[in-house]
Design a protein around this ligand. Structure first.
Ligand code: ZN
Length: 254
């Protein structure tokens, strides 16, 4: 049977409140062995921890997402640092830089992100990185701290950047966006990246498939992500599943 690991799924999202258990069960029996659920703010720490305790297939990470930069405070960073050693968190994130949305304070983003890189290095935990319009900047921070245990989730940089980044050992996460036949640039990128540097993700409930606009993205959709990416790369889906699951296990110590 196929074995997959969803390296990025927001199972704590309220949009799953009515059917979370059933959806996890369905995906799990269909081959999704593990679900990595990143927190996005201090307010979500308890929720993702609780989820991880609720099902053996679910693990969580703790972090402060750049999208909510206005909310984050020094106290949140302190709480993150205090929570990590007593939590079963398998990583730090979702954190990073978002230069796509113009209303987010860049300077504060950088401070909060760097603090989390320092924490990850201190606790020797992998980073789940949100990178939008800021591939070079995020990679710069990793280089400055000489820390590369990380995945750039939903990666959308250039082939040259992908090569540079993966040469340092950073993994690249790919999800439903790749499945869009119109995403020819992203598909060319996915073709150029060796499966040994890849993780798969749904980013559910966000990032709906191109042919399912306005609908939630579901945990079971990881099977489609795997199928489609294997087809794009012209490789055996079983091989892609095995390799990316191995990568996820190694990165997160599962
Ligand atoms: Zn996310």
């Amino acid at each position: 049977m196929i074995e997959l690991i969803d390296s990025h799924i927001h199972l704590d999202d309220p949009r799953f409140d009515l059917d979370r258990e059933e959806l996890v069960k369905l995906a799990h029996i269909s081959g999704v062995q593990r679900f990595v659920v990143p927190a996005v703010s201090r307010q979500r720490f308890a929720a993702v921890e609780q989820l991880a305790n609720s099902h053996p297939a679910i693990v969580h990470t703790l972090g402060l997402h750049p999208y909510y930069i206005d909310q984050h405070s020094g106290a949140d960073l302190e709480q993150l640092a205090a929570a990590i050693p007593v939590s079963q968190a398998v990583g730090i994130g979702e954190c990073g830089l978002d230069h796509f949305l113009k209303n987010l304070d860049k300077k504060k983003q950088r401070l909060v992100f760097e603090a989390q890189v320092v924490l990850a290095k201190h606790f020797n935990l992998p980073l789940i990185l949100h990178v939008r319009g800021a591939v070079a900047e995020v990679f710069d921070v990793l280089r400055q701290h000489d820390y590369f245990q990380a995945v750039m989730h939903s990666f959308n940089g250039s082939i040259e950047q992908a090569k540079q980044i993966t040469d340092c050992g950073v993994l690249l996460g790919f999800g439903p966006a790749v499945c869009n036949p119109k995403a020819s640039k992203l598909q060319a990128l996915v073709r150029a990246v060796d499966p040994q540097h890849m993780l798969l993700e749904t980013d559910a409930p966000d990032q709906p498939f191109y042919d399912r606009h306005g609908k939630r993205n579901l945990p079971i959709d990881l099977l489609r992500v795997n199928q489609d990416i294997a087809a794009i790369k012209d490789i055996d889906p079983m091989q892609l599943a095995t390799q990316t699951s191995d990568n996820a296990r190694r990165l997160f110590g599962l």
